[in-house]
Write a protein that binds this ligand. Structure first.
Ligand code: SF4
Ligand SMILES: [Zn+2]
Length: 331
């Protein structure tokens, strides 16, 4: 299959933003006093122990970037939330999840504050809330927030100074394939990502890197080698944690690419291959993102077992035997 961009894909950043936005659907119109979602899961923590992690998906203003594959804008607002709304969302989530209030219990826990954008974007998370958010999260072992590399700066390090927990910043590198990274319209180049990673490392802040499995704009035959290169690059940049995210061609321009035959759908096998390889490669934590995993495989004979294997590998960080299936041959 020939690799192509859509015929009408604009080449300039500004017109590309408009073109990507024109292909979007509508928002969910979330309420500002409640997070979009919140959940508890078990995750291997930075000390190597399996521990509880609370994830809160905060409601806030839409990210200012317009990445080609992003659907996170759906649960965002057009305007900035008033000061105090984000701390109230965090309080609501912690009590709703029944996260224990004691310092002792929280000291083995991770807290992920994900906001469908950048935590350090002042239009997303008002700066006035930095102090009260720091107070709310003070007893956790680790706090993870996400950010675009261009927003790693003074606010990040000042906030880290106020925190007792270890701060980890998650950044979406997606791929180091230069053509794909550019066409994804991330608004940064590899050198920007490197600079931000180095700053985090120098400031004692941890780095979690998101990588896409089977991103668009890379020929199918080259996907595997570019995922390997991307894993190696992220490790070299000091990532303590990698998260492999299967690319979902489900909405807007992404779906249109799939329908036009410009990409091949991501398979469960690609995610399994990537996770096996990366866990072999490093002692650092590598997780497969298992959200909506059933979209990757239609095989009712093996899907449950394969999902269970990936869950077990996420928690144990070892490569387990592959599940064989005579029906789909492991696709
Ligand atoms: S930077 Fe992140 S949240 Fe913003 S558009 Fe890109 S992928 Fe989406
Ligand atoms: Zn099968």
């Amino acid at each position: 299959m020939a690799f192509r961009q859509p015929d009408d894909y604009p080449q300039s950043f500004r017109t590309r933003n408009q073109w990507i936005r024109a292909g979007r659907g509508s928002r969910t119109l979330p309420r500002i006093e409640r997070p979009v979602s919140m959940f508890l899961e078990q995750e291997r923590n930075r000390h190597g122990a399996l521990a509880e992690a609370a994830t809160i998906l905060l409601v806030n203003r839409e990210c200012p970037w317009t990445c080609f594959m992003c659907d996170l804008w759906q649960n965002t607002l057009e305007g900035t939330v008033p000061a105090g709304a984000i701390p109230r969302q965090i309080q609501y989530a912690l009590s709703h999840l029944e996260v224990p209030g004691s310092r002792e219990a929280r000291q083995s826990m991770q807290l992920k504050l994900y906001n469908s954008g950048s935590f350090f974007d002042p239009k997303a998370i008002p700066k006035e809330d930095d102090g009260s958010i720091a107070e709310l999260v003070q007893d956790f072992d680790t706090v993870v927030v996400e950010s675009h590399p261009r927003l790693i700066g003074e606010r990040c390090f000042r906030w880290n100074d106020r925190l007792e927990p270890h701060l980890e910043v998650a950044m979406g590198l997606e791929t180091v394939h230069p053509g794909s990274l550019e066409a994804l319209n991330k608004g940064f180049g590899l050198s920007d990502f490197e600079r931000a990673s180095q700053r985090l490392g120098a400031g004692g802040v941890g780095l979690r890197v998101f990588l896409m499995v089977n991103p668009p704009f890379i020929p199918p035959a080259d996907q595997e080698q570019w995922l390997h290169r991307s894993v190696d690059a992220a490790l070299e940049l000091g990532a303590s944690t990698l998260s492999l995210i299967p690319t979902r061609y489900q909405g807007g321009r992404m779906k249109a690419m799939l329908h036009a035959g410009l990409v091949e759908a991501t398979t469960l096998r690609q995610l399994e291959d990537g996770l096996d390889w990366a866990i072999h490669r490093t002692q650092r934590r590598v997780f497969a993102d298992l959200w909506d995993l059933s979209a990757l495989s239609q095989c009712s004979h093996c899907f449950g077992e394969r999902r269970a294997r990936l869950e077990a590998m996420n928690t144990q960080q070892i490569v387990l035997d592959r599940v064989t299936c005579l029906h789909c041959h492991g696709e």
